[in-house]
Write a protein that binds this ligand. Structure first.
Ligand code: SF4
Length: 890
């Protein structure tokens, strides 16, 4: 590209075609004042404060929207330019309310800052009266559009970054204002309260509600959101050792500086009065507060007693993918070296294990390798079994942005989710028939010769077995099973296969069945057939539910794998860790999460140490889980709150939250993000890693770490890809040291090739029993994920979504004469629960939906325990139910 040279304030500088004067000025270190400009948004020249003068033509122009032209002689601060800028600011102030001294935006108002810089007072023009019309019914955002300067940052962010399209200009002339479609209150619009518009608003027009009481904070700490596996960067604002605000970290943070409602407003749980602040020990049936020393003495003594009496494998540890890398690393070391068992697993088993089991076989690599910015470059995206707009909003934003830029979207989901509005093809299959559908797509691709022959012949194995196994899966055969019209199946296969770069995004909607591993393999087959495996812009993303789902795997929180995903039966790998840890390690794989519960029920597991997990709420078969825990000789729970599981414990240990400690999380891309301490631990709570260290000490097997950095140093040494991670936030490297998602190289495929895995469609959950006509699907909602332990204690999120509900489709509601709010009993063969009805147009006939995040409506009661034989994931996505009205007439 030919450089374009201009004269800027007397200096020759060069840019390239399409570059604006403002961009070149900034690159050259010349400051030009702006109010409406943001590098993430398209420039619109609305405020015109960035005007510059071209000496040649005498023209004044907005530098943000004026491209470079050869030979321009630009002055950025000539007297004429400065005078015009002042006039512009005076005009803005003349239509701005005269309330600066009491405005909650205070010194952070950019209009006020600009006026101050230019020496412009408030009274130079006749004022246009503005009446404040504050809207603040919703729990998060206060709007006072009389303070709006029409910079359109909120509109552009909503349309270009979040792609929600809630905001736009309303009315014309003096009455113009940015508001929702139809000028509805935010709470009645499609607004998801991600907080982006508030973060970008330069004045006090859009403010976080309640900010008035917080004013300027002294301290801002850069850290990582603790909710989903997207791992968004967030700034925590601290005042008097309390978190008062969370804002997106603007800049090159990989998530376009966006957050969702959880990231922006979900941190309130930290100061919940429900927080555990002191260790509790059960005495005479009651939980009593005690000192750390006493509590840990009891735990250490019981662990040692049970280990000596029944052997180390009578003890199990259930961790959490919400713990930091350092805490997970330490916990699995504690299990293996101090207790002497591989019975160590975590909540990942419920939704991530199918990915590990499936991709290990297909690609020889246990995790999907794909990046958000690369996903956005795909020309076709297939989303299956996932609603990322709820479960992983940053991924949802990326998909919507991609579609806006021209990518084509194939959505495979029984429900009409938000993404269906963006989809070119929405295959609304019957629940749990994914494998039949995916096999049919593969068959069409092969039959129509749409496969990447070079990739298949040079880089894959087992192709002939795949073609043989696909024989019955004609589109018509698949239509019979899935109820997706065969033409749609053919169209989807063609669209996916003909893409230059096609990505697959999948979630719990396929992994939480007994056939979850086979579904992942079927997806990998598609990705390999088309050569998208590893191609830039192609590949697969398995969404990660928790903030450190991926890190927990890397750290070895698995009964069959040591850190770095090394098999516990691999003598060489074991030898490495035995040398590092100075201990003999157990040689047999341990029990997985649900197997631990089953073995506890049988009396074989005598002692359970639960760290950050709440199996009574999160595991299927609630009654079985309760019974199993009741049979234990000793149950210890380490958590933020007195969870349902903690209520049954002999000892409860209070832990510090993400904002009260240092460490790191690894997000779904493999990016290792730091978390940093912003406030002191609440009460007497302690970080998990400190508790584990003290416990090891008390069990006479002390670790040699005296501070967190010692653990970090060991992880850097022990786990490939984590070398030097303490120095910077950077991309993860695969276990073989590959630094990019580039076309697969031999080293990235651990075996040197990918392997097709033929899979057969089988009915994945029990055959429809008589009298249970509905299929109930479970999932998360935008405000609440997981077991709701944290988000339900964040008052603003709770206000947005206060209680659980049963979603019923319009047709079924009509048939059963149900109305919103009606109470119904939901009955399966395993149990029954009650919930109010919420009528939705997103569900086809015969399908119900219920969020699984409300402990007061324990949806897992409806499930029997049944495991995917390959991944040991318990099926908890769908079951057959019937509903009964709970009328006054009963
Ligand atoms: Fe937090 Fe996930 Fe929302 Fe990002 S997308 S702010 S990580 S919950």
């Amino acid at each position: 590209m030919q450089p374009i040279t201009i004269t800027l304030d007397g200096r020759e500088v060069s840019g390239y075609a399409g570059m604006s004067i403002l961009d070149l000025a900034r690159e050259s270190g010349v400051h030009i004042t702006t109010l409406c400009h943001d590098e993430h948004l398209s420039p619109i020249g609305a405020c015109r404060l960035c005007i510059v003068e071209d000496e040649k033509t005498g023209a004044l122009m907005a530098s943000c929207v004026t491209p470079l032209a050869p030979g321009m002689i630009i002055k950025t601060s000539s007297p004429r330019v400065v005078a015009h800028r002042k006039t512009l600011v005076q005009l803005m102030l003349s239509s701005h309310p005269d309330s600066c001294p009491v405005c909650d935006k205070g010194n952070r108002c950019q209009l006020r800052q600009v006026a101050g810089e230019m020496g412009v007072s408030l009274t130079e023009f006749q004022r246009i009266p503005q009446s404040a019309a504050i809207q603040e019914v919703n729990p998060f955002i206060e709007r006072d559009l009389s303070k709006c300067i029409l910079c359109a940052k909120c509109i552009r962010a909503c349309q270009e970054l979040v792609v929600e399209g809630v905001l736009d200009y309303f009315q014309r002339g003096f009455k113009t204002k940015p508001t929702t479609v139809g000028n509805l209150p935010l709470e009645n619009s499609e607004c998801t309260f991600c907080g982006t518009c508030v973060a970008l608003c330069p004045t006090g027009a859009l403010m976080e509600k309640g900010w008035a009481n917080r004013r300027t904070t002294g301290n801002i700490v850069e850290t990582t959101c603790p909710y989903c596996g997207c791992g968004c960067s967030v700034n925590l604002h601290v005042k008097s050792d309390r978190l008062v605000q969370a804002t997106p970290r603007w800049g090159d943070t990989g998530n376009y500086s966006l957050l969702c409602v959880r990231g922006s407003y979900g941190y309130d749980f930290i100061h919940s009065p429900d927080r555990l602040t002191r260790p509790l020990v059960r005495m005479n049936g009651n939980m009593e507060e005690t000192s750390w020393d006493e509590a840990l003495k009891v735990v250490a003594a019981e662990f040692l007693r049970i280990k000596n009496e029944y052997g180390p494998d009578s003890i199990a540890i259930l961790g959490s993918a919400r713990c930091t890398n350092e805490e997970s690393y330490l916990l699995q070391r504690f299990a293996r070296c101090v207790i002497g068992t591989n019975n160590v697993d975590d909540g990942n088993r419920l939704y991530n294990a199918a990915t590990l089991a499936g991709l290990s076989v297909s690609l020889g690599f246990p995790l999907s390798s794909h990046f958000l910015d690369v996903l956005e470059k795909s020309d076709v995206i297939m989303v299956i079994g996932a609603d990322p707009t709820c479960s992983a909003p940053s991924v949802g934003y990326a998909i919507k942005r991609a579609v806006k830029k021209g990518s084509r979207l194939i959505l495979i989901d029984p429900r009409r989710t938000k993404l269906s509005l963006f989809a070119d093809l929405h295959l609304q299959l019957r629940p749990a028939t994914d494998i039949a559908l995916l096999n049919a797509l593969a068959k069409v691709i092969i039959q129509e010769n749409l496969l990447d022959k070079e990739f298949v012949s040079r880089r894959t194995d087992n192709f002939s077995s795949l073609t043989e196994a696909l024989e019955p899966y004609s589109p018509e055969y698949a239509e019979n099973i899935t109820k997706v019209p065969s033409e749609q199946i053919v169209a989807a296969a063609r669209l996916y296969a003909k893409a230059r770069q096609a990505s697959i995004v999948y979630g719990n909607g396929i992994t939480q069945y007994c056939t979850g591993t086979d579904s992942v393999k079927a997806l990998a087959n598609l990705s390999m057939l088309t050569g998208n495996t590893g191609r830039k812009g192609g590949g697969m993303i398995g969404l990660q539910k928790e903030c450190n789902s991926r890190g927990a795997v890397d750290m070895g929180m698995l009964p069959g794998f040591l850190p770095g995903f090394r098999n516990v039966t691999d003598i060489k790998a074991r030898g490495k860790f035995e040398a590092l840890w100075g201990a003999n390690l157990p040689t047999r794989p341990g029990l997985t999460a649900v197997e631990i519960i089953e073995q506890a029920k049988l009396g074989k597991i005598k002692c359970l140490y639960v760290v950050g997990e709440d199996p009574i709420v999160s595991f299927p078969g609630t009654r079985v889980v309760r019974d199993a825990l009741a049979t234990l000789q000793f149950l210890v729970v380490q958590d933020l709150f007195l969870t349902e599981t903690a209520k049954m414990a002999a000892v409860v240990l209070p832990v510090a939250s993400f904002a009260e400690k240092d460490g790191s999380y690894t997000n779904f891309e493999g990016k290792i993000n730091k978390i940093r301490q912003a406030i002191k631990p609440v009460g007497d709570s302690r970080p998990d890693w400190e508790i584990t260290c003290t416990l090891a000490d008390k069990m006479n097997t002390p670790f040699s770490y005296s501070r967190l950095d010692d653990i970090i140093g060991e992880i850097e040494e022990a786990i490939p890809g984590y070398e030097g991670y303490s120095d910077s936030t950077r991309r993860y490297q695969s276990y073989e040291g590959v630094t990019d998602a580039g076309r697969l190289q031999g080293v990235q495929l651990l075996r040197g090739f990918a392997c097709f895995s033929p899979v057969k469609y089988q009915v994945p959950f029990k055959v429809k029993p008589k009298g249970y006509p509905f299929i109930l699907l479970t999932g998360s909602s935008l405000p609440h994920t997981g077991t709701g332990t944290r988000s339900l204690r964040a008052p603003r999120l709770r206000k947005l979504s206060p209680s659980g509900f049963l979603q019923v489709g319009e047709a079924d509601a009509k048939k059963f004469a149900l109305q919103n709010g009606d109470k119904v009993k939901i009955i399966s063969r395993a149990g029954e629960i009650m919930a109010p009805v919420s009528i939705s147009n997103s569900l086809p006939k015969g399908i119900l939906f219920m969020p699984s995040t409300f402990p007061e409506i324990p949806v897992n009661t409806l499930f029997e325990i049944s495991l995917d034989p390959q991944s040991k994931t318990p099926a908890s996505k769908a079951c057959y139910v019937r509903i009964e009205r709970m009328d006054a007439h009963e």
